[in-house]
Design a protein around this ligand. Structure first.
Ligand SMILES: [Zn+2]
Length: 537
């Protein structure tokens, strides 16, 4: 998100989103920041709210494009630790100088005066932003929930919220992720109680999969393991590094000897082992998936294991998670997931809390942020119910520009570029719509290559066209189809070269693609990708 006043731009968070199931091979999607292309020097600073990857994950992919030696960056100690540790995996990056801020810190970046305030979430050290601008005060909630009994953290400071409200808030930007959920989010304390039930009853190993950045859950599982005399093995690169950072900064506490290496697990009975790992979303390369598909180096799932999937399913990942669950169950393990018990519970305020937040802050204008479009709409409804007039509420999409004055909020007609920038391995943005469509096509109906050798002089096909196919039909069992295809290819070429004169090969290739494509569709109802190759001799 960018706040722009005259020629000064403040950046709030730089996150990524996970690709959907229809984006084969894509690792992440990062924001399009073309708008900033010639405005590098206008960027007065970046502030981060918290350490979740949807708020910091794009830093290594985007920072180079806006970095200059005077760029000022601010984050809480934990958020800073996570960003800096992650930068180490990208050695060609500029050195990031990130200043630490905490609850109550005040900074000034160009025309923006920012005051940070503590907000409860499911990662510690989360900060909301009170931003004084020449137009008026803006309150950014960050991701949040109201938690009267958090873990390793103080409860929500309602007095602080009320004091800020008294300073008059022109615009509130509030977290919408939980806006479709009724009632109140669960306290971290309640979640711990539910988790404890599993620990009480489990006789085999406990394997808990969660997001590496769900630090509170990680802490709860370590604490419960200690209470029930279990050793904890931490698996997964991001999980290991996050636990390291949090231990150094004091956000995760564990007794000496609790955390052991995977290779030492055999020294303890299964009832004394907890494995904490990544992969609750069914991510292909994550630890839990490798265990479930027996590809993990030392850990095999077995009967008696208790698998906890402690994260709600990201929209678009439902099928993958379902398959993962089935794979785990086939191996005789028990699965506990968030639908059965509240072992995940969002870190996000639900309807009741969102309503309460609006009523406390009493902003003149309101923009729901964070979450899918339907969540934004649902949050806008809540705001209306809370008494904010409809004309004062804007539901905006990525790329839209919102104008804010003391009197009015409105959306501009023009958009800034906001199409997905996809990250695949080392490439950022080089996989575009076309490459993605090719991948989808290949994954659906396979490919079909036709190689024809043509006599330059006569335009006649020499010999029989060669055919290579993958993922379309099994060639050995499709002799009839192949024979007909070869015949058609020869016909297309001879028809086009018959009249003599210059031969337009790109036209002929298009013809092959269209006509053979049509032919395959009538015969098989499939549309493989057809690649014609013509060699003139
Ligand atoms: Zn978050």
């Amino acid at each position: 998100m960018l706040l722009e006043y005259k020629s000064s731009i403040l950046i709030i968070d730089m996150g990524f989103r996970m690709p959907g199931e229809d984006m084969p091979g894509i690792d992440y999607i990062v924001p399009n920041i073309n708008y900033l292309k010639d405005k590098k020097k206008n960027v007065v600073g970046i502030v981060f709210t918290h350490g979740h990857y949807d708020h910091i994950g794009a830093v290594p992919y985007l920072i180079e494009k806006i970095w200059h030696p005077k760029l000022e960056i601010f984050a809480s100690p934990l958020t800073r630790g996570i960003i800096i540790r992650r930068q180490e995996d990208f050695p060609n990056q500029p050195p990031l100088n990130i200043n630490e801020v905490k609850n109550g810190s005040k900074i000034k970046l160009g025309p923006f005066k920012i005051e940070f305030f503590r907000q409860n979430h499911n990662i510690p050290d989360n900060l909301g932003l009170f931003i004084e601008t020449p137009v008026g005060n803006i309150l950014h909630t960050s991701d949040f929930k109201f938690d009267p009994t958090p873990i390793n953290d103080l409860p929500t400071d309602f007095n602080k919220l009320k004091t800020m409200a008294n300073r008059k808030i022109l615009l509130m930007l509030s977290d919408s992720t939980g806006a479709e959920e009724e009632n109140h989010s669960l306290s971290e304390k309640t979640i711990e109680k539910n988790l404890e039930e599993i620990f009480e009853k489990a006789t085999g190993r406990i394997i808990a999969a969660t997001f590496a950045s769900l630090i509170n859950r990680v802490q709860q599982i370590i604490a419960l393991s200690e209470k029930y005399g279990r050793k904890v093995i931490i698996e997964g690169y991001s999980m290991k590094t996050n636990v390291e950072i949090c231990k150094v900064l004091g956000f995760i506490k564990s007794k000496k000897g609790t955390i052991i290496k995977a290779k030492d697990a055999h020294r303890y009975p299964d009832s004394k082992i907890t494995i904490l790992c990544t992969g609750a979303q069914g991510e292909g390369s994550a630890v839990l998936m490798r265990m479930a598909t027996r590809e993990h180096r030392f850990i095999r799932l077995k009967k008696g294991d208790n698998i906890i999937l402690s994260s709600s399913v990201i929209p678009g990942n439902e099928r993958t998670v379902q398959n993962l669950k089935d794979d785990i169950l086939r191996q005789g393990c028990r699965v506990f997931h968030y639908k059965m018990m509240d072992i995940h519970a969002g870190g996000h305020a639900q309807k009741e809390e969102l309503m309460e937040m609006i009523k406390i802050i009493k902003p003149t204008f309101f923009i729901p942020i964070h979450g899918q479009y339907s969540m934004l709409v649902s949050h806008a409804e809540i705001a209306k119910e809370a008494g904010i007039p409809e004309k004062n509420i804007v539901v905006a999409e990525n790329g839209q520009i919102i104008d804010l004055t003391q009197k009015k909020i409105s959306v501009e007609k023009s958009w800034v570029p906001s199409n997905y920038i996809m990250v695949d391995g080392l490439g950022i943005g080089d996989v575009g719509e076309i490459v993605l469509r090719d991948r989808q096509m290949l994954s659906e109906d396979g490919m079909f290559v036709i190689v024809v050798v043509v006599d330059k002089q006569t335009g006649k096909v020499k010999g029989s066209p060669d055919i290579i196919s993958r993922g379309f039909v099994y060639l050995r069992e499709s002799k009839e189809l192949l024979k007909d295809t070869r015949k058609k290819v020869v016909e297309i070429i001879h028809h086009a070269t018959d009249s003599g004169g210059a031969v337009n090969w790109s036209y002929i290739k298009d013809e092959m693609r269209n006509k053979i494509g049509q032919f395959f569709y009538t015969k098989t109802k499939r549309r493989p990708m057809i690649l014609p190759v013509v060699i003139e001799v």
